[in-house]
Design a protein around this ligand. Structure first.
Ligand SMILES: [Zn+2]
Length: 692
């Protein structure tokens, strides 16, 4: 826990710089205070600079060991200070941490740019590339990744270009932090209070309970409240009979990052302009070309090709559903056109009608703890790992839980932390990250891996029920966690999730498939009161309903992915009006008026809170082509836990990190590359697929 009021400690007492004697050398969160970070970063950065300078100045002829090996060994202090800091600032921040973030993020950008543009280092790496004899496959891959990283940072350019790139890098870091802090401020600053029975009309018991907990947690006078966390606002939109309140909540939700002091549109304009300039300096026509050159897709055209294949059938399906819902409104005597804040509400009614299934029917079977166990059991059946709770490991908030993960032979594999509940100090969304990554450079280092979710918390001590969508998210993030936990490579650079952005969603999205299997549902989806397993009929309905509303889901996702690519396909982006650009981009693709993008640009953190998913939001669908095809590999054997298939999956995907190029890794697993067929079929978007 973080106590911001304590006095400044002496440097020698800084727990971030001391040896960690905690179990598994986990960060001693109980002893870490915000004021420890600035001096720890200073020390860590200085140490790393010294290490890198020594490598660059090495008199001996470049060898893999004295250059790449040495770089891989450098910066250990910085890694652990950074990991602890970014875990906290995202999952449990406060004003002090947010202030440090504003200061440190641009400094880190400058620090890494200076390394990746270092001329002496680059010359050593180039020399090593000329003669690769004696390197094993992993070493050759790591060397290649270093070369690509240096080249893509601008190491091969003249001094003037490098100087400008460094300026751009620092400024982008400032802007990315500003972007995410403004979204957080808007999310913290808004609640829709629910005071009367009438304002709760239509909400199932578990949603009512979640609104109560949200009000309690924020210290509101009202008995209930809706917040802008997806897991709070979406169920409200789905169930609330109060059309006026749905509109209020929806408008606030989609306006995050757009109002007054937290208007992100100028931030977007500047970021897009700087990214475009950076791409040109590096010899690419646009930022999208630059980003995708190092991805599995290789070109923006390839990414767009996939998105447009999906767009037309998805849009057709969505418009047909819209018409059905409009007809429903008319039949009820409603005298209004379906609006975006009505979609989820009427889709829920349509679902009940078509699939004989309401979302509220499923939740009583989805206890959070049971779903966590289900995710663990899936990993046990696939990879033989076992998971046991650890209560002796320090955590960053009392809600966080820790487990030790062991290999089939009992060997320690790593620690897994789960931080499941929404709170005001947490960013929205769900993510996986690490406090330490796996490597074997100097003996085995095992990882510390965590998942963060934003599920609504029940009353203290009461069982928490989650939606099927939430359970899917839980499986998704645990799939990422396994990618880090099972990692078995030598070099930190390619450890765990150190793979291309459009490949990194394969282990996570693939993992979601097991949630839907009768094997897992029958065993873990048990009724919270009666303990009875989910009936076969309900499982069948749930699986049949899988393609329901896929038109909407696909449209809201693909629209975001296209707009992301559009922003980053500008050859010149001076004087960009982000709002007008968004409207024009949506007009071009014929966005249905009743659907709003899954992430509108002013709160599109994937793309603007940092570079990682910029021009890369398409990655989820790219990876879905892989995961739909990969799950077929199991289904084709007639056993979704087939041992031989799981063994190949472990070897070439979950344990392999970035030790192979993504195409090679997938081909090694499957014997070939996938086509889009399995994806379209799964989403129910093939021409032949009937509407559910
Ligand atoms: Zn993911």
């Amino acid at each position: 826990m973080i106590d911001a009021s304590s006095p400044s400690p002496a440097q020698g007492d800084n727990p971030l710089l001391a040896d960690w004697t905690t179990p598994f050398r986990a960060p001693p969160f109980g002893a870490i205070r915000p004021e420890h970070f600035a001096p720890a970063f200073d020390t860590a950065l200085a140490r790393h600079r010294g290490e890198v300078a020594a490598i660059a100045a090495e008199a001996a002829t470049p060898t893999f060991g004295n250059t790449i090996g040495a770089l891989e060994r450098s910066g250990r202090t910085l890694s652990r200070v950074s990991a602890a800091f970014f875990a906290l600032v995202a999952a449990h921040s406060n004003d002090a941490l947010l202030g440090i973030e504003r200061d440190i993020v641009p400094r880190l950008a400058a620090h890494w740019d200076a390394i990746y543009m270092n001329q002496a280092l680059f010359r050593r790496i180039e020399a090593l590339r000329r003669d690769q004899s004696g390197l094993d496959a992993e070493e050759a891959r790591v060397l290649d990744r270093y070369f690509v990283t240096f080249r893509r940072a601008g190491a091969g350019l003249d001094a003037a270009a490098r100087g400008r790139l460094a300026e751009i890098g620092e400024r982008l870091a400032v802007l990315g932090t500003q972007f995410s802090q403004r979204v957080l401020a808007d999310e913290q600053g808004y609640t829709l209070p629910l005071n009367t029975e009438d304002e709760l009309a239509g909400l199932p018991a578990h949603v009512v309970e979640a609104t109560r907990e949200a009000a309690r947690e924020r210290g509101l006078a009202s008995p209930g409240a809706v917040t802008l966390a997806r897991s709070s606002v979406e169920p409200f939109l789905q169930f609330s009979r109060r059309r006026d309140l749905r509109e209020k909540a929806f408008r606030a939700w989609i306006a995050r990052g757009e109002g007054g002091a937290s208007d992100n549109r100028p931030v977007i304009a500047e970021m897009v302009r700087l990214r475009s300039e950076k791409a040109r300096l590096l010899g690419y026509p646009t930022w999208a070309h630059y980003r995708l050159d190092d991805a599995m897709a290789k070109t923006p055209e390839a990414a767009r090709g996939l998105l447009s294949k999906v767009w037309a059938p998805a849009r057709r399906r969505a418009l047909a559903d819209r018409d059905a819902m409009q007809e429903m409104i008319r039949a009820e005597g409603g005298n209004f056109a379906l609006a975006p804040w009505d979609w989820r509400y009427y889709a829920e009614k349509l679902r009940r009608e078509r699939c004989d299934l309401g979302e509220g029917e499923i939740e009583p079977y989805l206890g959070l703890d049971r779903m966590i166990e289900a995710a663990f059991e899936t990993a046990r059946r696939l990879f033989g790992i076992t998971v046991t709770p650890r209560n002796d490991v320090p955590v960053w908030h009392p809600d966080v839980r820790a487990w030790e993960v062991r290999a089939p032979d009992g060997r320690h594999l790593g620690l897994f932390f789960g931080d499941y509940f929404a709170r005001p100090s947490k960013r929205s969304g769900a993510w996986m990250s690490t406090l330490r990554e796996q490597d074997k450079l100097d003996g085995e280092v095992r990882p510390l891996v965590f998942n963060v979710m934003n599920f609504s918390k029940g009353r203290d001590g009461e069982l928490v029920l989650i939606s099927f969508e939430d359970a899917r998210t839980l499986f998704h993030e645990f799939g990422h966690a396994l990618h880090a936990l099972l990692s078995d490579v030598t070099y930190p650079l390619i450890s765990g999730t150190g793979v291309a952005t459009d490949f990194v969603e394969l282990p996570s999205q693939l993992y979601e498939h097991w949630l839907e299997t009768p094997e897992i549902l029958k065993a873990f989806a048990t009724h919270h009161r009666t303990g009875e397993p989910m009936p076969d009929a309900l499982i069948a309905k749930l699986r049949a309903a899988r393609t329901f509303n896929q038109g909407f889901t696909t449209v809201e996702y693909v629209a975001s992915a296209i707009v992301d690519l559009d922003f980053h396909s500008l050859e010149k982006a001076d004087g960009l009006d982000a709002a007008a650009f968004e409207r024009a981009a949506l007009d071009r693709i014929g966005m249905p008026e009743e659907i709003v993008m899954r992430h509108r640009p002013p709160h599109f953190s994937h793309v603007f809170a940092g570079d990682h998913y910029s021009a890369g939001y398409y990655s989820y669908m790219w990876s879905e082509v892989l995961d739909a095809d990969a799950f077929n590999a199991f289904q084709e054997t007639g056993n979704v836990f087939d041992r031989a298939t799981a063994e190949r999956l472990y070897r070439y995907v979950y344990s392999a990190g970035g030790s192979r190029a993504p195409d090679d890794a997938y081909t090694a697993f499957r014997g070939r590359l996938p086509t889009e067929e399995a994806l379209l079929k799964r989403r129910g978007l093939t021409e032949a697929a009937p509407a559910p």
